[in-house]
Design a protein around this ligand. Structure first.
Ligand code: PEP
Length: 240
């Protein structure tokens, strides 16, 4: 596993063209070995890429599982790649819940992302506090694309922690990440399984970020609400 840390902003259905002006500040806040990625809504992706901020990777928040076709309102992984993004979030709990996305669909979306040359950032996490880490590992196994996919990132996001201000103990995060690492090694083999970054997400802020990223197998953070606040997100990047 690489020693590098990854800090990903998920703007959800928020943000603006104006907020893109913060990208250079986010890049400047990153210490050595820290990579920052920003996932704005679709209309801002190409604008974010065109800013050309060194040190910022741009991503999307979802893609369709099909390469193209009659899917009004949907966006393919290939078009996201053409806009200049390099990764795409798939299986976020809000899409699993609000759009009834299953593990099988998430796996197909992840496969579509890989086929388009994007890194799929696959989100998994338990609904209720205290569930067995094995449940989350099983969700990951069912959400992985087949074959030997390149560029995968995994995010452990307990649903109960997202946007709630409540977080699991860092030791709990470490034990879930260990279960996810074992699942990745079983599915992808030792070298590829160890190379996949596993992020923690759910009410991350500047005060708690470092406590998570100090843990074994916590390779960074996925940040929702706090990534919309320039100072707060800058402080998280600096803390990691
Ligand atoms: C998220 O939804 O991906 C997330 C991590 O949200 P928040 O940081 O607001 O809990």
């Amino acid at each position: 596993m690489s020693m590098n840390k990854l800090v990903v902003a998920n703007w959800k259905m928020n943000g603006s063209r104006e907020l893109l002006s913060a990208l250079p500040r986010f890049a400047a806040a990153a210490g050595p070995g820290v990579q920052v990625a920003v996932c704005p809504p679709f209309p801002l992706i190409a604008l974010a890429v065109d800013r050309g901020v060194a040190g910022i990777v741009v991503g999307a928040q979802d893609c369709h599982a099909a390469p193209c076709g009659a899917h009004t309102g949907a966006v393919s992984a290939a078009l996201i790649a053409e806009a200049g993004a390099r990764l795409v979030i798939v299986g976020h709990s809000e899409r699993r819940r609000q759009c009834n996305e299953s593990d099988a669909l998430v796996a197909r979306k992840a496969a579509a992302a890989v086929a388009a040359g994007l890194g799929p950032l696959i989100c998994v996490g338990e609904e209720d506090e205290g569930e067995d880490p094995g449940t989350v590992a099983a969700q990951l196994r069912a959400s992985l694309p087949g074959g030997a996919p390149a560029g995968i990132v995994v995010a452990y996001e307990p649903v109960w922690a997202i946007g709630s201000g409540r977080t699991p103990a860092p030791s709990r995060v470490a034990s879930v990440h260990a279960a996810l690492r074992a699942a990745l090694i079983a599915a992808l083999g030792d070298v590829a399984g160890r190379a996949v970054p596993i992020l923690y997400g759910g009410s991350v802020d500047a005060a708690n970020a470092a406590a998570f990223t100090r843990e074994q197998d916590v390779d960074g953070v996925l940040v929702g609400g706090a990534s919309l606040d320039r100072e707060a997100f800058q402080a998280i990047i600096a803390a990691v």
